[in-house]
Design a protein around this ligand. Sequence first.
Ligand SMILES: NC(=O)c1ccc[n+]([C@@H]2O[C@H](COP(=O)([O-])OP(=O)(O)OC[C@H]3O[C@@H](n4cnc5c(N)ncnc54)[C@H](O)[C@@H]3O)[C@@H](O)[C@H]2O)c1
Length: 245
Amino acid sequence: MKKLQNKVAVITGGASGIGAATARLFVSEGAKVVLVDLNEEKGKSFEAELKALNAEALFIKANITSEQDVADLFKQTVEAFGKVDIVFNNAGIGRVQPSHELEYSEWRNTVNVDLDGVFLVAREAIREMLKTGGGTIVNTASMYGWVGSPGSAAYNAAKGGVINLTRSLALEYAEQNIRINALCPGFIDTPIIPEESKQVLSAATPMKRLGKAEEMAKAVLFMASDDSSFMTGNALTVDGGYTAQ
Ligand SMILES: NC(=O)c1ccc[n+]([C@@H]2O[C@H](COP(=O)([O-])OP(=O)(O)OC[C@H]3O[C@@H](n4cnc5c(N)ncnc54)[C@H](O)[C@@H]3O)[C@@H](O)[C@H]2O)c1
């Protein structure tokens, strides 16, 4: 029996990196997937790739910082597939810049996507799940939600916020059968990491390599599926040992 048979999963940031790897794994476990992303070109071509594998996939272009876009994407999902069982709340952006040079508008933009956007998607997901009797949400935080690093104040503050947002929402909806957990990746080999940084980040990781998006997908599948049926309000760190240092 496949782990996500007949489940409908919404994946934000689904056109690339960790979101795309998770979509591939979810489809192989029987899920219907809705790929949500700002990047229409990548999203559409990935939708076509999944459909060619006989998967049920739908790409929706949406900006997670827009209340209207977020409401519309859930409406479209329900119209297409009838319900929402799983939300992988994963879209995000990164930026490295000394804090004394960071414009307030840049701070706002990062926090807007990486924290406000996560809230907007979670809120709409919860509204749908309350109608159908439950579901699971996995929010992507970061190991930088636990520890600091120079030059990423806005990102790190937002990711720390995602961890405690996850705990708070999990407590609020535990009795409604909505389980909410977070993934805290270490340095993962995706387009968000600049090519020129990869060697330094590998060397900084105890396992001396970057993580793979597929390794994140397996942790997400665990939290999204019944394999983690007694787990909520947790933040699972998958970082090659970085935060153990
Ligand atoms: N790769 C890493 O090392 C790493 C480490 C820790 C956490 N993360 C987190 O993992 C998540 C996925 O990142 P990734 O590494 O797969 O990077 P990625 O850049 O490959 O994927 C992120 C996707 O999110 C989309 N996106 C960005 N802003 C959006 C918005 N406003 N609305 C809709 N879509 C938007 C992008 O278009 C992109 O396709 C992010 O939240 C990131 O912060 C990544």
